[in-house]
Ligand binder design. Sequence first.
Ligand code: NAD
Ligand code: UGA
Length: 472
Amino acid sequence: MHNEAAMNFKKKITCIGAGYVGGPTMAVIAQKCPHHKVTVVDINKKRIDEWNSPNYELPIYEPGLVEVVREARDRNLFFSTDIPAAIQEADIIFISVNTPTKTYGEGAGKASNLEFVEKTARSIVEHATSNKIVVEKSTLPIRTAEAIERILKTNEKGLRFQILSNPEFLAEGTAISDLHNPDRVLIGSHDTPEGLSALQELVDLYAHWVPRERILTTNIWSSELSKLTANAFLAQRVTSINSIAALCERTEADVEEVARAIGTDSRIGSKFLKASVGFGGSCFKKDLLNLTYLCDYYGLHDVARYWESVVELNEWNQRKFVNTMLHSMLNTLSDKKIAVFGFAFKANTGDTRETPANIVVRELLGEHARVAIYDPKAIPNAKIDLADLLADPQVAPRITFCSSAEEAADQADAIALVTEWDQFKTLDYKKIYASMRKPACIFDGRNILNRKELFEIGFSVFGIGKPPLSHF
Ligand code: NAD
Ligand code: UGA
């Protein structure tokens, strides 16, 4: 497929784990460093086949990703299931496997499940035949590097491995621009000559496109902890504004005005203050729970409860959205049809992990409503997430998946907008209103719609942290 022998690659980089992080991150490294060979491996053959798809039908949707893969694939970017070969040839190995919340045994429901990381470390020991730099790219509990090192040291071939922490801060939906233009790249190492020399190699790699002053270097434990801390602060910020939104809903204050007012204080800043149906995504909840577990582990129980409350309040906020619907629709949703606009956890991704839509749909079905779901990218994942309900003959007839927003809204009593896809802003709401049952309501879980216009069309309009515009 590729004429590798003819190419004289300077370095060989392998990434274990071809998911939302491994795929885009390595695609950008390959794009920016054409003289290095980058191989991304995974145990999931289907995923690798999709990364290699001749029509570029990649396993994840991410704006700009196809273009990068098109540029680099088969030039210096390769996707493979041959993990031993990729380990053997690598100078640098990134570990980018999943680290989900543990569901069994000690720490179940909170601690990170490190089984995939450990297996990866073991396969590095098994297949390596030369010294390597091993980079933690996955998000890991503090002091995981110690555990990985312990495994790597079991090699009986006299090999030396240097471990670095290089957490990833990309957000889904903007992964490629985040990777092209990161606020910072963080690299942690041991303060030994070997550790610092490995650190320099990774700094040099990123310096191909990231300004040197944005490459931060720290000790390895600070780097591991900074990743969990960043996600905890971001999640806490969303929860903070959502908690104020709840108060706005009771007091006729407008949360967007409050966000603007506080966001202009340079100490607070204006980003990440969008009130919403709640935060979702594969990492905020998982990383908060992991932080909680770590605090408890180190005896800091009060600190643990502080961070745990962020998770609890977010779940309350997601349920609150459906409670508002129930109370605004004459206290019964039974047999009412609700058009659910969006299922992804945020716009511009097909990812539905921990999406608020899952909770919203389940709560609606719990109230015996009928749901018609439309999302431009997330329907395949939505079907997987709702598989248990689709298999239940009592519930399945009340769920439909639609190929347009208009189809979902046809004969509906209400629209629940859960994901802030741009296309929802420009729909023909006059036409949609005409096709719905009356009184027709819109619940805008993202505050992206023109409330006044919708109210004038005839909708009763409910936002997050906004005074309702109701016709009854
Ligand atoms: P993912 O589930 O999309 O991908 C992980 C991949 O690793 C899967 O394809 C899986 O098959 C593969 N894998 C698991 N065990 C393996 C093994 N032993 N050998 C080879 N492959 C193996 O996960 P993700 O979203 O890419 O997240 C990966 C890590 O990055 C997590 O720790 C996560 O917290 C962190 N992270 C994620 C994001 C994000 O936006 N998704 C952002 C920053 C950091
Ligand atoms: C988040 C972080 O932003 C990344 O820096 C981090 O790398 C990543 O987690 C990770 O570790 O996985 P991501 O979850 O992809 O990225 O997306 P965000 O943009 O952070 O959004 C998370 C959730 O919060 C979404 O449901 C989003 O809709 C919600 N959100 C975000 C709000 O409700 N309001 C806001 O103002 C911002």
